[in-house]
Design a protein around this ligand. Structure first.
Ligand code: GTP
Ligand code: MG
Length: 200
């Protein structure tokens, strides 16, 4: 099976939403990128779209503070989300972002897939399980993407299968295959583009 997809020539930032009310209507399907703060969501969207600065990336956690909608080929929205679990954010910000994330994930009829990004060096944390629990409950299909694989040895990459297997059975809405990626080496980027093409 070839995982090659044709390049996307038309990628456009549409809206940055801090409340659900300003999110565009439901004419296009959506794919969301969720994950702990600093896990590499925005970097991966830049890699997938081939646009280095489509969405802002930073070493400092808490960089993305709204739901950013990017329209691909007039067909689908990729949604860059604020990170969760950033302990240094104020309680007020954590509450606001947490509510926005959960309300969005549980209320979009055309949300076709959520990519749950997990730092491959850190593996799963309780906040990841909390978000997965929300998605299981709402029956929203989600897939795990391990990020920053350039920082791992081949042996450590092979061990990701074990981490994944240890949680897979407990999560009914979890896609059975995970994807290993790096925004530095671009590993796994074509595979994600292929998954997105299947959902358009
Ligand atoms: P928030 O918006 O704060 O939730 O963060 P984010 O998940 O969007 O992460 P972002 O893409 O801003 O990346 C955070 C940091 O990780 C930046 O310093 C990136 O350069 C770095 N980074 C992202 N992806 C990779 C990767 O694949 N490999 C390596 N080595 N670093 C990465
Ligand atoms: Mg970000």
């Amino acid at each position: 099976m070839s995982k090659k997809v044709k390049s996307w020539s038309n990628t456009e930032f549409k809206i940055g939403a801090t409340t659900l009310e300003v999110i565009p209507g439901t004419s296009l399907r959506e794919i969301a990128f969720a994950g702990r703060s600093n896990v590499g969501k925005s970097s991966l969207i830049n890699s997938i779209t081939g646009r280095n600065s489509l969405t802002r990336v930073s070493k400092t956690p808490g960089c993305t503070r709204q739901l950013n909608f990017f329209e691909i080929e007039d067909k689908i929205y990729l949604v860059d989300m604020p990170g969760y679990g950033y302990a240094k954010a104020s309680k007020g910000d954590q509450l606001t972002w947490g509510k926005l994330i959960i309300n969005y994930l549980s209320s979009r009829p055309l949300l076709r897939r959520v990519f749950v990004l997990v730092d491959s060096r850190v593996s799963f944390k309780q906040v990841d399980f909390d978000i997965m629990g929300v998605l299981d409950k709402c029956a929203v299909s989600y897939q795990v993407i391990f990020t920053k694989a350039d920082k791992l040895t081949d042996k450590e990459i092979a061990q990701l299968q074990k981490s994944f297997d240890s949680i897979a059975k407990k999560h009914p809405a979890l896609h059975p295959e995970f994807i290993v990626t790096s925004s530095v080496s671009k590993a796994g980027v074509d595979r994600i583009r292929y998954e997105i093409e299947q959902l358009i």
